[in-house]
Design a protein around this ligand. Sequence first.
Ligand code: KG4
Ligand code: ZN
Length: 354
Amino acid sequence: MMILGIETSCDETAIAVLEIKNGKITVLSNTVSSQVKLHAKFGGVVPNLAAREHAKNIGLVFKLSLKKAGVKDFGKEIRLITVTRGPGLGPSLLVGLAFARTIAWKYNKPLIGVNHLEGHIYSNWLKPVGVNSTLRSFSKVGPVLNLIVSGGHTELVLMKGHGKYKIIGETLDDAVGEAFDKVARLLGLGYPGGPMISKIAERGDSTRFPLPRPMLNSKNFDFSYSGLKTAVLYLLRDLKESGEKINKQTKADIAASFQKAATDVLVFKTIKAVQEYKVKSLFLSGGVSANKELRKRLATEAKKIGIKYSQPEMEYTGDNAAMIAVAGYFKVKSKNEKVKTDWGSIKMDANLGF
Ligand code: KG4
Ligand code: ZN
């Protein structure tokens, strides 16, 4: 069967086609139209502008993704339509949802709404476009501890089965991706900040500036990132006041020191949670999972304590629709929750939780 995925929760208009055949899963196409350049001049995503761009581009992205996947007869070949219904920006989500409803109605196809964060978790089930793999059975890996890190979320989620989630820790203020974006802005690096910070951090000295590790030793598994961002703000102010020039090397050292502080807390608390909840598998996901330092350190720590570790292929770290399609497939297959397939009953929820 072929499944269509639609994702418009933030600033990427994404449509993907997934094929499930003889117990194998293949992403046939994974089209993402990014609006990053448009929002960069505002230093962040402007919701109404994002919605306007989604509306402008979604038809084209749809056609392109079907073409790349080799879909000739949508009505015959596509069996299920999946769409992100939250969390995210309301105006953006509505465009994807309206589009999904329209094609579900036109072709008389079942439509199901997917939680964006659940999608990120399932990005771990995907191989690069065109590469098929055996469908990963949950009983072989579960229960799984998920570290989901993105521009809007920092969550530790215990997954006991398809559709069975429990949040065991989350950020009390800024998300870690948001902290990367804000620090990049302070350093004049542009938006989105994560990729820029990690790039310049490669030639920086992570020990030059001592920055706080917020909540490292707290008893729970929650996080806090706004204090770390403020610490960078004060560090810059102090450097300027002392007459220090904020040159390229100093910026790289700040970026490296910040990245080290931010990832130290993530790695330490995640491994502690793995041990406390006695899980045998750890999955990383979300936009910040593209961070090389984080990937490397989690992989190393997981190996040390002998647990299974998975991180998404680079092409599925950022927002995409293939992850929505695979999450939707498992939602239908597992029947663990009441899946609404009637297009009229799928509702947008900008604050959707687990
Ligand atoms: O999942 P995502 O694409 O969108 C949301 O659902 O939020 O995550 C975007 C976030 C941004 O904050 C971006 O700066 C961050 O992921 N990000 C990174 C890297 N690449 C993207 N953060 C750190 N290092 C990276 N290499
Ligand atoms: Zn995301």
